[in-house]
Ligand binder design. Structure first.
Ligand code: ATP
Length: 361
């Protein structure tokens, strides 16, 4: 049985459809990220799970229970927003204790829980500080603690780290994951940041324009994107996609690179798929999964830009209309204007139908 089951869930605001028939089953204890660009419908989905918005169509089940008409306070969910919601006139301790106190917990029990959650979120030395003296980073930690202390079976977080600074965000990613492991909560986490989704989630639901594009583990969406949107959106930089077409003589596909087409190696199953293919295709490979070769079969292209990002270097390459990015170690000896021959690892190559955008399998 799923902890949360969205069935044909639809949300319209007047004429505008923010969410188109979403089906998603989230397992008990699972960390599910809703990932997608701004405006894709992540928060709308989350607000319906929380009970802050009514669906226009479809159902939300918690276990076997239909949540239609069940108000937010009765759903047993904890909710943390982008903007921390805490009482600034209270101390950290009073903020953490607030929920259990309202529920009528005994003082000893409140102290024990506040102590445990403060320890986990590294708030122990700050327990007696007034909240209005604390940084945004710490306030968001308190907000998470305030919700987590209630030990909700379902914990909903909507971009909780988008206002904290980068270094703190990295620390919080680890802490949130540990928090979830410890309490074995079902967590739904809204983010537009794929790094957050990739590092914390058990599975990721990738969304775009109110449509669920793919659900899978971080590795599944990275290795086997269901369509070109996911291929481009996941990865930094995203997957390279070059125009191509099926080869005439059962030899896989031809990538259009200048006047000469090349026929790069394909994994066995894709070579078989290409035998029956018609029409334009997109040849995809990850920037991290290509090597430089001196000669032989590869994409001969010109270096258009070199981005040094510390441990790695992103090399931009172009030829005619075709453009790709590749990621190499930082000692790569390429400069703008050089010609480089890039050979994508055959096993990592993916092919998409150019008309539908769907992965060919
Ligand atoms: P963001 O990260 O920017 O919040 P999101 O993926 O969470 O993006 P939503 O907030 O779910 O996106 O919004 C989805 C779409 O629905 C957007 O185009 C938004 O403008 C629209 N929308 C959201 N709430 C309302 C509302 N109350 N009335 C009208 N349109 C809305």
């Amino acid at each position: 049985m799923s902890a949360i089951h969205l069935q044909n869930l639809v949300k319209k605001f007047g004429e505008f459809t923010a969410l188109k028939t979403m089906d998603l089953a989230i397992s008990d204890g699972e960390f599910m990220a809703l990932l997608g660009p701004s405006g894709c419908g992540k928060s709308t989905t989350m607000n319906m799970i929380a009970g802050m918005e009514e669906p226009t169509g479809g159902k939300i089940l918690f276990g076997e229970r239909d949540m239609a008409g069940v108000p937010m306070g009765r759903r047993g969910v904890g909710f943390v927003f982008q903007n921390y919601a805490i009482f600034t006139h209270m101390t950290v301790r009073q903020n953490l204790a607030y929920g259990p106190k309202m529920r009528g917990a005994a003082k000893a029990e409140i102290d024990r829980r506040v102590g445990a959650i403060a320890e986990m979120l590294q708030l122990t030395p700050l327990l007696d500080r007034k909240a209005d003296r604390l940084s945004v980073n710490i306030l968001q930690r308190v907000a998470i603690g305030r919700s987590a202390i209630m030990e909700p079976a379902i914990f909903l977080l909507d971009e909780p780290l988008s206002n904290v600074d980068a270094a703190f965000r990295a620390v919080m990613r680890t802490e949130l994951k540990q928090l979830q492991r410890q309490f074995r909560q079902t967590m739904v986490y809204v983010t537009h940041d794929q790094l957050e989704a990739m590092t914390m989630a058990d599975r990721i639901a990738v969304m775009d324009h109110g449509v669920l594009q793919q659900v899978g583990t971080p590795l599944e969406v990275y290795n086997d994107p269901a369509n070109v949107f996911v291929a481009r959106f996941i990865g930094a930089p995203g997957m390279n996609l070059l125009k191509g077409r099926p080869a005439e003589s059962d030899r896989g596909l031809v990538v259009d690179l200048g006047p000469l087409g090349i026929t790069p190696p394909l994994p066995g199953e894709l070579a078989a798929v290409m035998r029956g293919a018609r029409g334009e295709v997109l040849y995809g490979f990850r920037p991290e999964q290509a090597t430089l070769v001196q000669n032989g079969q590869g994409l001969a292209m010109q270096v258009t830009f070199v981005e040094r990002i510390g441990a790695r270097t992103i090399v931009h390459l172009g030829h005619g209309e075709a453009a790709v990015k590749t990621v190499f170690d930082n000692d790569v000896g390429l400069a703008i204007g050089d010609t480089a021959i890039v050979a994508p690892a055959a096993s990592s190559v993916r092919v998409f139908d150019a008309a539908t955008g769907l992965a060919m399998k």
